[in-house]
Design a protein around this ligand. Structure first.
Ligand code: NDP
Length: 484
């Protein structure tokens, strides 16, 4: 491909691109290990500047006075700009993450635009309610609630789907009237730089969005401990989620945490294997398995295990690994060498733990951080079935009856999503009621839609993003009593 049109490399603070005092950040192309760009990073003083700007924009200036309708217009303009710049955003996303360009365009960028478009519509529809209450001290009382914006939101994003997940944080925060300081993942920050440029072009006032790149333990740590941040919105690992939860407890900062999963796909005895195979494989291998909702534990009725293993092996072997810009490529690389080595170590643990390898299991000998799509047959106690691998590795786990399937599905510390495959809708719905997860798919699987809530139970997180729940998570409820 031709040299990409790279976005600015500085920090975006108070409506301007500005130098950062942190160590320079080299951004690498994970499909060949070459350098894509070198970015400025923020130290604690840069983060403090960004928070001050966000606070000022929240409390005074045009954003603070703007009606919900006008905020909605701005967010809709950003949706338009994401659409009109979709190819450039998708190019940066594909380069940065190593995912197929076609997927970046059709899924990540399309859903980011859709999220801004949907949330634009909420901006003038956020309201409280009038509550019937008894008279007070012999006089009439009117009690009503208002939904007010929380204030300054500190958003921290991961590298697997940067533009989409960033839109999940920005769009509802803006709809609610909050301002944002965003720390993107250091491994894939480029598309977010362009998004900041587009927000400025859309006309967001200075300080409403600030972008501070840098490493989690430096830039992220400064953001999560800053006393003037009202809410932290995080997607990433449970480990970092815990660090953020602890920091938030010190300052009573609100949190939304989306922390990944080890999601089950339950294949009942009556399931249509031909129909489910491509979608089950998509759930396992999309984005090279680097998705939080990946259905990596494929729980299969014992009578169908061989068929499912055969079908998933066929799907895995049909994947074409390679250059994200080659239209024949269906799977890209992992994000970096550390993640590839981590995934390979899990594959090794699967082999050594007694799981039987159905297909895959190696890294192809080519530049970049690729791992073959891999399927095991194992059991739910194995490490590969208990820990989030975040790579293209699935484990088929046999079960004998529905109760066992539900018990196994819930026998995990996570609770993000689940898929049920069955021709019997009544049986599927009955099973769904037993699952301790935030989202259930029956007979399909896909990326979260901005209209519906997204988030998990147990170690998969706290709170919901997207849908009305995601908007309200950026607000506080205020009660007003009028005695007359
Ligand atoms: P992390 O949780 O480490 O990273 C997510 C974000 O948090 C990044 O922006 C990171 O910064 C930042 N961060 C890291 N440490 C801190 C800190 N002390 N304070 C504030 N921010 C911090 O995830 P990884 O990228 O290391 O991925 C590891 C695992 O996490 C994956 O293998 C997967 O299991 C899970 N994960 C889940 C995702 C999901 O969608 N739920 C997405 C990504 C990962 P930095 O830029 O330095 O990385």
């Amino acid at each position: 491909m031709t040299r990409p049109d790279l976005p600015p490399t500085q920090l975006f603070i108070d409506g301007s691109w500005t130098a950062g005092a942190g160590e320079p950040l080299v951004v690498e192309n994970p499909t060949d290990g070459t350098r894509l760009a070198t970015l400025h990073t923020a130290d604690a003083s840069d983060v403090a500047r960004a928070v001050t700007s966000a606070r000022r924009a929240f409390e005074s200036g045009p954003w603070a006075r703007m009606s919900g309708a006008d905020r909605g217009r701005l967010i809709a303009r950003l949706a338009d700009l994401v659409e009109s710049n979709a190819e450039r955003l998708a190019t940066l996303e594909a380069l940065d993450v190593g995912k197929p360009y076609r997927d970046a365009l059709a899924v990540d960028i399309a859903l980011a635009a859709e999220t801004f478009r949907h949330m634009a519509g909420w901006a003038d529809k956020i309201h409280g309610s009038v509550v019937p209450v008894p008279d007070h001290m012999g006089r009439s009382r009117l009690s009503y609630t208002e939904r007010i914006p929380l204030g300054v939101v500190g958003a921290i994003t991961p590298w697997n789907a940067p533009t989409m997940i960033t839109s999940w944080k920005l769009a509802p925060a803006f709809a609610a009237g909050c301002t944002v300081v965003l720390k993107p993942a250091e491994h894939a920050p480029l598309a977010t730089q362009l998004l900041a440029e587009l927000a400025a072009e859309a006309g967001f006032p200075a300080g409403v969005l600030n972008v501070v790149n840098g490493p989690g333990p430096v830039t992220g740590a400064a953001l999560i401990t800053h006393p003037d941040v009202d809410k932290l919105s995080f997607t990433g690992s449970p480990h970092t989620g815990r660090v953020i939860g602890r920091a938030a407890a010190e300052t009573f900062t609100k949190v939304t945490l989306e922390l990944g999963g080890k999601s089950p796909q339950i294949v009942f005895a009556d399931a249509d294997i031909d129909e489910l195979a491509p979608v089950a494989a998509l759930s396992l291998f999309a984005n090279s398995g680097q998705t939080c909702a990946a259905g990596t534990r494929v729980l299969v009725h014992r009578s169908r295990v061989d068929e499912v293993a055969h079908a998933l092996a066929g799907q895995a072997e049909a994947q074409r690994l390679g250059d994200p810009f080659d239209p024949r490529t269906t799977m890209g690389s992992l994000i970096n060498a550390a993640q590839r080595d981590r995934v390979l170590s899990y594959i090794d643990a699967g082999r050594r733990g007694g799981a039987s390898l159905v297909t895959g299991g190696s890294a192809p000998s080519r530049p970049g951080y690729f791992v073959e799509p891999t399927v095991f047959v194992g059991d739910n106690d194995m490490r590969i079935a208990r820990e989030e691998i975040f790579g293209p590795v699935g484990t088929i786990i046999p079960f004998d009856d529905v109760d066992e399937a539900i018990r196994l599905a819930n026998d995990t510390r996570y609770g993000l999503a689940a898929v049920i495959w069955s021709r019997d809708i009544n049986a599927a719905l009955a099973a769904s009621r037993g699952l301790r997860v935030g989202a259930v798919w029956v007979n399909s699987f896909g990326a979260p839609d901005p209209r519906v809530p997204w988030g998990g139970m147990k170690a998969s997180g706290i709170g919901r993003e997207l849908g009305l729940s995601g908007v309200l998570a950026n607000t506080e409820e205020r009660l007003v009593n009028v005695v007359y």
